[in-house]
Ligand binder design. Structure first.
Ligand code: UDX
Length: 458
């Protein structure tokens, strides 16, 4: 099939390369000429597992091309995937639809009769219907469908090629048929295919992200309670997760979520629900957001406490800058939020990350970044583990103990091997983990530890 993919950001680049790989003729479109030139040369503008190979192969096959011309795009195909960003508005928590609307305004008058516009962007429910109503004026022979993506950064190619499910919101049998043809190899491989109305499809995306964010904040709320009674949130999570109705994934107590999706999606969903008069139904999402923010405050307060309540000129090593392991993305990174707060309170912070240092430096140029773990740890009085890269689990704690001034570790992701670090002489602390039974712990007593109250850290 011939198709265009409009917007060559994260979603669009991956979608375009994957669609070409499964045999379609794809034209990627973007207003950013430099990005288009890079893509046309077969080079990926983002770092994503498997994408370089896939893109180079697709471009070499002659099935994937790129352009900045909407005229060319409209003439090339009748199926157009809309993959532009929907960031948070500057003046509210709602989604900013200016990029979506700009593409529709530009494309609609150029569409060939019988065209289908397929939205992949995450939008407030009702957007697809609004676009459809607009098309009846500007392109009466055209149709709109919504086909949300669920890809995770770091496994975006695999998530596109072998998704857990396909969801299409359609208003006609023809639109469904087109999308069944697009995804024929996945459907043949047994991927569940949900065909529904436009609004339900839009909602599947935001409801799924809201559910996952809620699951993370739920266990982090439990972790706060655990801290108050010296219970172990990691064991609690594993024991809860062993119930197959609950499941252990996204139930890891720690510093919480960040990135370009969860925070903005739950806020935009709550804002949209309010517009629709359904605000109270998702009022809990504000609490999910607050719990998540509190984990950052809690980590900063705990770090300050471990350093005897004074951060001025204290050397702190930070492991991780990316918002999650396997990604170089630092958007709304919990790790950088903590590092920034410590820096602002006078600490001498040195940040390491296996992949995200360039992006971190661009976003927070005033923080200090170092290329290796020993560089970060030199003379450190406290080490903070903030992004759970697998590399940090390979560290030899005995060797690192010789580099730091104080073998004191706060594992805010609760994912390092506590026994191994303790055997090497480290005092190791976690979020929501008991302190009193630990060997060599510098925290005298759990009652000593900072307790958080709603809205802030003590
Ligand atoms: C997410 C959704 O998973 C994806 O379906 C959607 O399309 C976009 O948003 P992504 O932002 O790439 O994808 O990240 P994901 O792997 O889902 O992790 C989100 C955040 O939650 C990360 O910051 C991660 O560190 C955090 N997280 C995850 C936790 O804090 N605890 C957990 O138990 C799991």
């Amino acid at each position: 099939m011939r198709m265009t993919v409009i917007g060559t950001g994260y979603v669009g680049t991956v979608h375009a390369a994957c669609m070409a790989d499964i045999g379609h003729e794809v034209l990627g479109i973007d207003i950013d000429a430099a990005r288009i030139a890079m893509l046309a040369a077969g080079r990926a503008p983002i770092r994503e597992t498997g994408l370089d190979t896939l893109l180079a192969r697709a471009v070499a096959s002659g099935r994937l091309h790129f352009t900045t011309s909407m005229d060319e795009g409209a003439a090339f195909a009748r199926t157009h995937f809309l993959c532009v960003g929907t960031p948070q508005r500057h003046d509210s928590e709602a989604a900013d639809l200016r990029y979506v609307d700009a593409v529709v305004d530009s494309l609609a008058p150029r569409l060939q009769p019988g065209s289908l516009l397929v939205g992949k962007s995450t939008v407030p429910v009702g957007t697809a219907a609004r676009i459809g109503a607009g098309l009846t004026e500007t392109a009466p022979d055209s149709d709109v469908a919504w086909n949300p993506e669920f890809l995770r950064e770091g496994s975006a190619v695999a998530d596109t090629m072998r998704p857990d499910r396909l969801v299409v919101g359609v208003g006609s049998a023809e639109a469904e048929e087109t999308l069944r043809t697009v995804y024929a190899p996945m459907i043949r491989a047994g991927v569940p295919f949900f065909s529904t109305d436009l609004a339900t499809a839009e909602l599947v995306k935001v409801a799924s992200n809201s559910f996952l964010a809620t699951k993370i904040s739920f266990i982090n709320a439990m972790s706060e309670v655990c801290a108050a009674v010296n219970a172990d949130a990691t064991v609690l999570a594993r024991a809860m997760g062993a119930d197959s109705r609950i499941g252990e994934r996204f139930l890891e107590p720690g510093l919480g979520f960040g990135g370009s999706c969860f925070p903005k999606d739950i806020r935009a969903f709550a804002a949209r629900a309010e517009e629709l008069g359904a605000g109270p139904a998702v009022g809990f999402l504000h609490e999910v957001d607050r719990i998540n923010t509190r984990q950052r405050l809690r980590t900063v307060a705990f770090a300050r406490h471990l350093l005897g309540d004074s951060l001025t000129d204290r050397r702190v090593a930070v492991f991780g800058a990316a918002f999650k392991p396997g990604s170089d993305d630092v958007r709304d990174s919990p790790a950088l939020a903590v590092a920034t707060a410590l820096d602002q309170q006078g600490a001498d912070v040195r940040i390491h990350d296996p992949q995200a240092l360039d992006n971190a430096r661009a976003a927070f140029p005033d923080l200090a970044y170092v290329p290796t773990v020993p560089d970060a740890c030199e003379n450190a009085e406290l080490v903070l583990h903030l992004t759970a890269w697998p590399e940090y689990r390979q560290i030899d704690p005995a060797a690192l103990a010789l580099v730091v001034r104080e073998p004191l570790l706060l594992d805010a992701r609760n994912s390092l091997d506590e026994a191994v670090w303790q055997r090497a002489g480290w005092a190791i602390h976690g979020l929501g983990r008991p302190q009193t039974h630990r060997h060599g712990s510098t925290t005298a007593d759990s009652s000593d530890r900072p307790v958080l109250v709603a809205g802030g850290a003590s």
